[in-house]
Design a binder for this molecule. Structure first.
Ligand SMILES: [Zn+2]
Length: 229
């Protein structure tokens, strides 16, 4: 199974801060070390992610953006872009698709990682919406007659070669993260507002990665559904 050898542009598009660290950050860390240019796009800033009655949506969003930037730095991600949609009420509508198409056309990624929206019982509406909107954007970004008003000032259509869907129940592509699992755990720990009290965090991450790697004979892996274009 081919892993990127030439330097690639990789974009991770997710609903919330911490989604990449829970889903695909071992792969991100591995590819960043190999010199690939990895960027994150956060559709929301997780502004509903608190049970603290003293916390406001603005304050938790700000805190989570800082946590996400710290996690990205730990992994070698070069840039984090926040689209600032409200958390918890995300819809895969035309407006979000248009926004993601522009991000794709500006960055021109070869590979896009996002959440599998078709996993059975993917109950989180934001996770479903983020996955659908991202895949729809990948398809639309190729066509010069779709959102043609974006194609000015050097912005060109974007042809993504592959999409890797994480949190999938139909995996067909595995990445060996044995050398990067420590950095994934370290990055996840940066999300203090979300995982600060979880003593079993490291053990859980190791168990998930072991389970994903086992059928492939890998100590630790992340599993994806791969769509090739
Ligand atoms: Zn999430």
């Amino acid at each position: 199974m081919a892993e990127p050898t030439e330097k690639k542009r990789i974009m991770v598009v997710v609903a919330h801060p911490d989604d990449p660290e829970f889903g695909c950050a071992g792969t991100v860390a591995k590819w960043a070390v190999q010199g690939h240019d990895v960027r994150y796009v956060m559709i929301t800033s997780g502004d509903k992610g608190t049970h603290d009655p003293e916390m406001t949506p603005e304050r938790i969003a700000n805190l989570r953006e800082r946590e996400q930037e710290a996690a990205a730095k730990e992994l070698g991600v070069r840039r984090v872009e926040f689209l600032h949609h409200p958390d918890g009420v995300l819809e895969a509508n035309l407006s979000l698709r248009r926004e993601l198409v522009l991000v794709l056309r500006k960055y021109q990624p070869d590979t896009v990682l996002t959440i599998d929206p078709w996993r059975h019982y993917q109950l989180h509406p934001d996770h479903r919406a983020a996955g659908v909107a991202t895949i729809d954007a990948v398809i639309s970004a190729r066509e010069r007659l779709i959102f043609p008003e974006q194609l000015t000032n050097g912005v060109k259509p974007c042809r993504v070669s592959e999409v890797l869907l994480f949190w999938t129940d139909s995996p067909d592509y595995w990445v060996d993260i044995s050398d990067s699992i420590e950095r994934r755990i370290a990055a996840l720990r940066k999300h203090v507002s979300q995982v600060g009290g979880r003593a079993d965090l490291e053990e859980r991450i190791r168990q998930w990665a072991q389970k994903m790697g086992e059928p492939q004979g890998l100590a630790y892996a992340e599993a994806f559904k791969r769509l090739v274009f």
